[in-house]
Design a protein around this ligand. Structure first.
Ligand SMILES: CSCCC(=O)C(=O)COP(=O)(O)O
Ligand SMILES: [Zn+2]
Length: 213
């Protein structure tokens, strides 16, 4: 599959913008987090995406921030850059959803909420307006956001993704780790990520409020 220079540059520009935006919110503490945008055509067994390099300070912009990889997470061009350690999770989400962009961040609220609801294996959200950010328009909608274990070996997590994906929920939380949110493009993936983080903070604070009664 040939990726035009123009497509690659557009994907890198999208990633640069979203990286700066999320960094300004403090959503990449201690080099954590990774971002990707798919480029070119899509077949579940053949696709390419641009992804952040591993272990870098995502609050600074450098020419070494992104590279292209194939569906197996292997670089498609000669490079000394290492793709994100979590590339296989991105690959699996692309394969299963055909998404156009995937953003992963570690925040205090996504970590806290994943532990609070770990035994349930999903985070319940009831009737909060921002659920509409997922294009779910039912009045008083109730959703459950899936949580997966945070194994040290990424392939072990990747193999659980298929069983965890809920069609109308564009995200998966890893226990005491962070969230993966996706969308048809970078704009939609950002909207979904912001909605998840709002809902996590709401559910967590609501839990504290009711616990005090
Ligand atoms: C210090 S963060 C630990 C790894 C991680 O969870 C993460 O999101 C960043 O990994 P990457 O290889 O994408 O930099
Ligand atoms: Zn992570």
């Amino acid at each position: 599959m040939s990726i035009l220079l123009e497509e690659k540059q557009r994907a890198f520009a999208d990633l640069r913008d979203i990286k700066a935006n999320l960094a300004a919110r403090g959503w990449f503490p201690a080099t954590s987090g990774n971002l990707s945008v798919r480029v070119g055509g899509f077949e579940p067994d053949a696709f390419t995406f641009a992804i952040t390099s591993s272990g870098r300070d995502k609050s600074v912009q450098t020419p070494e921030d992104f590279l292209l990889v194939n569906e197996k997470g292997q670089p498609t061009e000669a490079t000394s850059l290492k793709p994100s350690a979590e590339t296989l999770i991105h690959s699996e989400i692309y394969r299963l959803t055909g998404a156009g962009a995937i953003f992963h961040v570690h925040t205090i609220f996504n970590n806290l909420i994943s532990e609070l609801y770990w035994e349930r294996k999903s985070i319940p959200v009831d009737g909060v307006e921002l659920i509409k950010a997922f294009n779910i328009w039912d009045e008083e909608a109730q959703i459950e956001i899936p949580i997966l274990p945070n194994y040290a070996e990424i392939p072990r997590i990747a193999e659980l993704v298929e069983g965890a994906i809920v069609p109308r929920i564009p995200g998966i939380v890893l226990r005491k780790h962070g969230i993966y949110a996706w969308g048809v493009n970078a704009f939609e993936a950002k909207r979904h990520l912001e909605a998840f983080e709002f809902l996590f903070e709401y559910v967590y604070r609501s839990h504290l409020l009711h616990k005090g009664n």
